[in-house]
Ligand binder design. Structure first.
Ligand SMILES: Cc1cc2nc3c(=O)[nH]c(=O)nc-3n(C[C@H](O)[C@H](O)[C@H](O)COP(=O)(O)O)c2cc1C
Length: 133
């Protein structure tokens, strides 16, 4: 299996970012393709980890790379894995009005099974607004 972790910037910022559509497409396609992972967004940036059968990740990541809804995509991690680190596929979106504590607790729960190399970029982005992978 292949696992990719990347960061990118939303072309459309704020709550207008096309998050609902992205989530619907991803939920559907990823279920069909056997892809699991986590997509984080604050409306301005994305941090996503996807994992699954190599052929599925290859074709899905190709579509993601060409998606005009984001730019400046930077791969943080691209590895072969034996076991999944995420049981399902989820998107965690923080709205400006979400209480920070509840949101952080939710993210920590979602990242429970992940290795430090995957968890740390998420936690550092949440905490400081910048990635130090
Ligand atoms: C930040 C971001 C993350 C995305 N994540 C996924 C994903 O995990 N799986 C997926 O199938 N599409 C994802 N997409 C959407 C794809 O780029 C593409 O639009 C979609 O897969 C096309 O699906 P369709 O052919 O069913 O319309 C993502 C797009 C963006 C901007």
């Amino acid at each position: 299996m292949r696992q990719i972790l990347y960061v990118s910037s939303s072309t459309v910022t704020g709550d207008k970012a096309d998050l609902v559509t992205i989530l619907e497409q991803s939920r559907h396609n990823n279920a069909v393709e056997g892809i699991t992972g986590l997509l984080w967004s604050d409306g301005a940036r994305f941090l996503q980890v996807i994992e699954g059968p190599t052929a599925s990740i290859d074709s899905t990541f190709e579509r993601i790379l060409n998606d005009q809804r984001h730019y400046g995509l930077l791969v943080q991690r691209d590895v072969t894995i034996d076991e999944r680190q995420f049981g399902g596929w989820t998107m965690a979106h923080r709205r400006a009005t979400d209480p920070v504590d509840a949101y952080d607790a939710r993210m920590r729960r979602l990242l429970t099974g992940a290795s430090d190399t995957v968890r740390n970029p998420f936690l550092s982005l949440m905490a400081t607004g910048s990635i130090s992978a």
